[in-house]
Design a protein around this ligand. Structure first.
Ligand code: ADP
Ligand code: MG
Length: 198
């Protein structure tokens, strides 16, 4: 099998401020290592608002996706978005939630990491679990350590606290790795499992 078929990838992951403050960094690293994934960069950082602003997408598609998710939570719980946050416009809501996200991600230190491995992007997303902890699969980081819900978050006008961030696709991974690390800080070594798989 060739290297391209094996899909060796690099992805970016962060333990968010709530994960660091809950002392979950070690547990999260343990799960990454246990799965056979390789941490090739890892450090604690206090992100500036401008860095988080560059980190999360700003395009209309992403903003609308966040806005739609928020509106559907309001609809599910019969909450009037105009009364709650002053608008029912999808894009405006998306932008409001993005500001909540910047507040959350600058509320304390984060642990930033680059992880390498076969199908690393999908594998790390799977380790994290889906975005909303209440709905995340048991066995995933978000499912095992949090029960935060969009309604709790939105009624407190804050982002959903879901412990970790992980790149969703190769474009996000490339952008985020470049944003948070110099290439000289990415290390190269072989894990024993690689001898068994390749
Ligand atoms: P993920 O982190 O799973 O990739 P997104 O990229 O959709 O999820 O959103 C980025 C982050 O924004 C989420 O992890 C969460 O902290 C926050 N967030 C997303 N949607 C909402 C929402 N509707 N209300 C509050 N916070 C949200
Ligand atoms: Mg995302």
């Amino acid at each position: 099998m060739t290297k391209s078929v094996l899909r060796e990838e690099r992805t970016f992951m962060m333990v968010k401020p709530d994960g660091v403050r809950r002392g979950l960094a070690g547990e999260i690293i343990r799960r990454i290592e246990q799965r056979g994934l390789k941490i090739i960069a890892c450090s604690l950082a206090a992100p500036k608002r401008a860095e988080i602003d560059k980190h999360y997408p700003k395009d209309a598609k992403w903003i609308r996706r966040v806005g739609e998710k928020t509106l559907s939570t309001f609809a599910q719980y019969n909450i009037n978005p105009k009364k709650e946050i002053g608008t029912d416009d999808i894009e405006k809501i998306g932008r409001i939630v993005r500001e909540w996200l910047l507040d959350y991600m600058t509320s304390g230190p984060v642990l930033k990491m680059v992880i390498e491995g076969v199908h690393a992007i999908d594998m790390v997303r799977k380790l994290c679990g889906t975005t909303i902890p209440l709905a995340a699969e048991l066995g995933s980081i978000r499912g095992d350590f949090s029960a935060d819900s969009p309604i709790a978050a939105q009624s407190a006008m804050r982002a959903i606290h879901n412990l970790v961030h992980a790149s969703e696709n190769i474009d996000e991974a490339n952008h985020e790795i470049k944003l948070w690390f110099k290439s000289a800080d990415l290390h190269s070594y072989r894990r024993v499992e690689e001898e068994l798989m390749i």
